[in-house]
Design a protein around this ligand. Structure first.
Ligand code: FE2
Ligand code: FE2
Length: 145
């Protein structure tokens, strides 16, 4: 299994939770929406921190590239966290328009972000970290989340 395989699979897992949170809120099923959103929030936070605290530093140490793709990805994580905070605020006051607008922006951003990671950054990490135990630490973090 490649170093980044656990993150790759976790993208799909988060996509599914995202879709159920969005569906529930769009249909006015607020209790189900809140439950799915809370799960989405914790899973995405686990995902982002696994990248920020484990994968990116290991990649930067192995390649010396500290202001390249990992810096761009950190910036996008910040933007996604902002959108999640907007969604959380909208959910609290049952504002489906605001929730839906922020969710739409987040979905596009997340799709583009994940595509960049899966097609560019993760393969670079797999090359740089092939013989390390980074893959095992990522799998452990994502499993216990
Ligand atoms: Fe990421
Ligand atoms: Fe990711």
């Amino acid at each position: 299994m490649s170093t980044t395989a656990p993150l790759f699979q976790h993208h799909k897992h988060c996509d599914e939770i995202f879709a159920s949170a969005e569906d529930a809120c769009a249909n006015g099923e607020w209790a189900a929406g809140e439950k799915a959103f809370a799960l989405l929030l914790s899973q995405l936070e686990t995902h982002f921190t696994s990248e920020e605290e484990v994968l990116f530093p290991a990649f930067e140490a192995a390649t010396g590239m500290t202001s390249g793709p990992t810096e761009v990805m950190r910036g996008e994580h910040r933007q996604m966290r902002d959108l999640l905070a907007q969604m959380q605020g909208a959910l609290a006051v049952r504002d489906s328009d605001t929730f839906g607008g922020a969710a739409e922006t987040l979905l596009i951003l997340m799709q583009q972000h994940n595509m960049k990671e899966e097609n560019i950054l993760y393969p670079m990490c797999d090359n740089a970290l092939g013989a390390s135990d980074v893959g095992a630490s990522l799998a452990a973090r994502l499993k216990s989340s």
